[in-house]
Design a protein around this ligand. Structure first.
Ligand code: NI
Ligand code: MN
Length: 225
């Protein structure tokens, strides 16, 4: 499978069978994304929470592609009320889709939509596809249960915010990697706006200092997992 990073929290997973899954596709209003909403397609769209920098262009893309949304119950109801197909889930639950398994986790953050609807709790998501597990933490502060999350699902990749201000900063994110214990950490949610400007190489150094691998993906880069 392939993992593409658009910048911010926006990723695209393409499975070996060609299914495309977008996570938090914030592209058109995202000054750092080299791709815009018309450049992508999606069979599935996973949203971690209702904030505008995560819903992003999800509706535009879903309208064009007929994508199925996968998200937490209250957010899924919001999506369905806008006329889209959604699969409702909630924290702690997992479900097997044709591409692989999706499990929602807690995240410590908010989840109001841009048009001021309460979208339930924010979440993180663990994807298990083709024998590999990928934990996208969503927007969150550091929490000790990341240790439990990593114990219950041994993690190959952990995608986590490092930009500070709205989420974990570098020091807390390095601790999160230590707790969740993934094989490889990939930083996200930084340098999109001036308030979340940090040096991802500083995070990489801290992660490597605890004996873990870190890949700092370029905005627009795609890697094979
Ligand atoms: Ni947020
Ligand atoms: Mn955010």
């Amino acid at each position: 499978m392939k993992l593409k990073y658009f910048s911010h929290s926006a990723f695209q997973i393409t499975t070996a069978s060609g299914k495309v899954i977008l996570i938090d596709p914030f592209l058109d209003g995202n000054p750092t994304s080299p791709a815009k909403s018309n450049d992508v397609r999606a069979d599935y769209i996973i949203l971690t929470h209702g904030h505008g920098d995560h819903i992003g262009d999800a509706f535009k893309i879903a309208k064009r592609c007929g994508s199925l949304f996968i998200c937490l119950n209250e957010l899924a109801n919001y999506v369905a009320a806008k006329g889209f197909n959604a699969h409702n889930m909630h924290i702690g639950g997992s479900h097997m889709f044709e591409f692989g398994r999706v499990k929602l986790t807690i995240a410590h953050h908010g989840s109001m939509t841009p048009d001021n609807y309460y979208a339930g709790e924010p979440s993180g998501v663990i994807l298990t596809i083709e024998g590999k597990s990928i934990y996208h933490t969503g927007d969150t502060g550091l929490f000790y249960d990341m240790k439990l999350i990593g114990e219950m699902t041994p993690l190959d990749y952990m995608l986590l915010p490092i930009g500070d201000n709205f989420t974990m900063g570098i020091t807390d994110a390095a601790k999160a990697v230590e707790l969740a214990n993934p094989k490889t950490a990939i930083p996200m949610h930084y340098n999109t706006f001036s308030v979340i400007e940090v040096d991802p190489m500083e995070f990489k150094k801290k992660v490597e200092a605890i004996g873990k691998k870190c890949i700092v993906m370029k905005f627009g880069e795609e890697i094979e997992l």
